[in-house]
Design a protein around this ligand. Sequence first.
Ligand code: ZN
Length: 253
Amino acid sequence: MTEMIAIYSLLIFYAGSLITSFLHLVALRLPIGESINGLSKCDACKHKLKLYEVLPLIGFVINRGRCRYCSAKIDWIYPVLEVIGGLLYMAAYLYWGFSWEFAVAIVAIAVLMAESISDAYYMIVIDRIWIFGSIILIVIRIADQTILDHLLSAFVLFAIMLLIAFVGKKIYKQDAFGGGDVKLFIFIGLCLMIAEGILALMIASLLGMIYGFTRRSGRKAIIPLVPFIAVGSMIALFFGEAIIQWYFTLLGM
Ligand SMILES: [Zn+2]
């Protein structure tokens, strides 16, 4: 039994890093209208990479982190994201086993990872990706019979974001959130219950603020928030219930 869990964990880790690698390519290409068919190219010399070279981690290790054609260093962000992606899917499997909640986690990790990458590079939230993810989640939520709770959660979280965006604009004469951040909470509501979604938003705001302060130059510059929203949502997905319970215990409730 434990052997099976170990084997599944490894398989899911690698499948997760494959998904992440593919989504990285999609998130880089879709916003600039490039086709997502065809293998990756080297960022430096545009040489098309061989199949084994685009295999997550394996290609990186075989070529010792450099392009085989022009020997430019491969950006460390590729292997790092592939490891993070792999670990997240594996953690979700170990946490939930083969269940509907695991299926939700797979979709959540995939969509939030892709949107984070796209936001970090282009300040764009790709609508096709979160809408596609939402459709899959609606099917899963019908199957696990929590669809009403999550439609309500999606609606409430979207409304809260809209309200904050509106008030923020009135008070600070500056966008608190981009339209993409607001819309993304429809998807997040299908992943998380209302309280967990609010927790995700609070964590995201806190991390975003800390990041903003560490980059003193151009304090007013707009920073991409989706990566922080993704981190907040992941913490809420895995630990939300525990954190919220702990919080209410603190309040003596
Ligand atoms: Zn190259």
